[in-house]
Design a binder for this molecule. Structure first.
Ligand SMILES: Nc1ncnc2c1ncn2[C@@H]1O[C@H](COP(=O)(O)OP(=O)(O)O)[C@@H](O)[C@H]1O
Ligand SMILES: [Mg+2]
Length: 272
């Protein structure tokens, strides 16, 4: 038989446990950050990054898991900065390095909407089975508050301008994805894992033309119908194409890319 002292001790103990228990039950499902850190703590980045601190998972796609991290790009940096670390899933290393190469090719200080790939990282100790090794890239900016996806006219202009810029730099994308950084009011075109480099623009192949057509079709397909005229006009302006009775004229001589763009828009919209 339990005496009253033991009984009240048990009651108090049960009371304590039940007051702590909800904390465990109600706490949000935390991502397996410990596991992540174990894996990512072996990151070896080139150029070097210091004090890498993994804060959590922010997204996932077919080729990667994307983490929010803080890190410093020099030992002297007073405060670490936030970045997105795009960590390739097994067998995705080539795509991830490819994305960094494409972003390096596209990045320019005064061109908004393109992330900068500031470093490429690998696991320091590759596991014996090579399929377990992985490549990650560090992307700037980390977009903290991606806005909901309803495009306004200003967003449409930004998106069209970024896509134009990418095509003019000889790159096309499939599976077009964007994020809107609501802090900076800026659209970013993201996910260049499937980006393709075209032949020189003066010498586009048939396949290149198909790629450009698909890229522009994807762009137009995500633009709200109410802004379609603005989008088409912006594309024409960006490629320096103006329409006249016979069709179109260009301001700097008929260029093959311009006629390709014109044909695509004509097929899509029935320009007149
Ligand atoms: N710079 C970034 N800042 C914040 N979140 C990002 C950033 N880049 C990607 N993400 C998030 O990660 C997700 C997956 O990224 P994505 O580049 O599409 O990877 P994948 O190549 O695996 O498809 C995105 O949908 C987005 O939610
Ligand atoms: Mg993706």
């Amino acid at each position: 038989m339990l005496d009253t002292v033991t009984l009240s001790a048990i009651v108090r103990l049960v009371g304590k446990i039940s007051s702590i228990l909800p904390l465990f039950i109600l706490s949000p499902p935390i991502f397996n950050i410990d596991g992540v850190q174990n894996e990512l703590s072996f990151l070896k980045c080139d150029p070097l990054l210091y004090n890498i601190n993994v804060k959590g998972i922010v997204g996932e796609g077919g080729t990667s898991i994307v983490y929010k991290i803080s890190a410093s790009d020099s030992l002297k940096a007073r405060e670490p900065k936030l970045y997105a670390l795009k960590s390739g899933k097994p067998h995705s290393s080539k795509k991830i390095s490819h994305e960094c190469a494409i972003l390096n090719r596209l990045y320019e200080v005064n061109i908004p909407g393109i992330e900068k790939c500031i470093s490429i990282c690998t696991t320091e100790e590759r596991k014996q089975d090579d399929s377990q090794s992985f490549t990650s890239i560090v992307l700037d900016p980390y977009i903290a508050h991606p806005a909901p996806i309803k495009l306004e006219v200003e967003d449409v202009y930004q998106l069209v301008d970024i896509v134009t810029y990418v095509i003019k730099r000889g790159i096309t994308l499939t599976d077009l994805q964007y994020l809107k950084d609501s802090d900076r009011d800026q659209i970013y075109l993201i996910d260049f894992t499937e980006a393709v480099e075209l032949s020189p623009l003066s010498n586009l192949s048939n396949l290149d033309v198909i790629r450009i057509r698909n890229f522009i079709s994807e762009l137009l397909s995500i633009i709200p119908y109410s802004f379609m005229d603005e989008a088409v006009q912006r594309i024409l302006n960006n490629f320096d194409i103006s329409l006249n009775d016979e069709g179109f004229e260009t301001h700097n001589g008929i260029d093959y890319l311009q006629s390709v763009i014109y044909d695509i828009l004509l097929a899509y919209r029935g320009l007149q």
